[in-house]
Design a protein. Structure first.
Length: 146
């Protein structure tokens, strides 16, 4: 239709946000600000490291449990895109905060990553693409939208 053509043509010249990504970006920004505040206010490094360790583990367990409870349901493409962005940025941000690889690469993280990768493959076949959002290990696609 003419309208979809117009929107596609205009989106080449205007930065059109990806639907739903504002939710993911808002969450990531909130976590980053919270990390910065904690680093600024708490001077005990051992305490901070333990806190970030527990924070990462608890949120990854929560996400893994949520996905497991919905094992028989396919995620909506917007849920999938948001979760992929959150999981990737959470992993990278907590690594930058000093969380050890042994914590980052837990069994629950593997469970979450595997589920999102499977969902991504299904969505790519059905939806015809994920608009550049992917669970692949590369950080290149994230650098311009931090």
């Amino acid at each position: 239709s003419f309208m979809s053509f117009t929107v596609k043509a205009a989106s080449k010249y205007v930065d059109v946000p990806k639907p739903g990504m504002d939710v993911a970006d808002g969450y990531v920004t909130c976590v980053r600000h919270s990390q910065d505040i904690l680093r600024d206010k708490v001077n005990e490094e051992v305490y901070i490291e333990r806190l970030f360790d527990q924070w990462y583990t608890a949120t990854m367990n929560l996400l893994g449990t949520w996905l497991t409870e919905r094992m028989d349901q396919q995620l909506h493409v917007y849920q999938l895109k948001i979760l992929i962005r959150i999981v990737k940025k959470k992993y990278r941000d907590f690594r930058l905060q000093g969380v050890l690889d042994s914590t980052l690469n837990s069994k629950m993280y593997d469970t979450v990553r595997n589920r999102l990768t499977l969902e991504e493959a299904n969505a790519s076949m059905k939806e015809g693409g994920m608009g550049g959002i992917s669970m692949k290990d590369s950080d290149e696609e994230d650098e311009d939208d931090d």
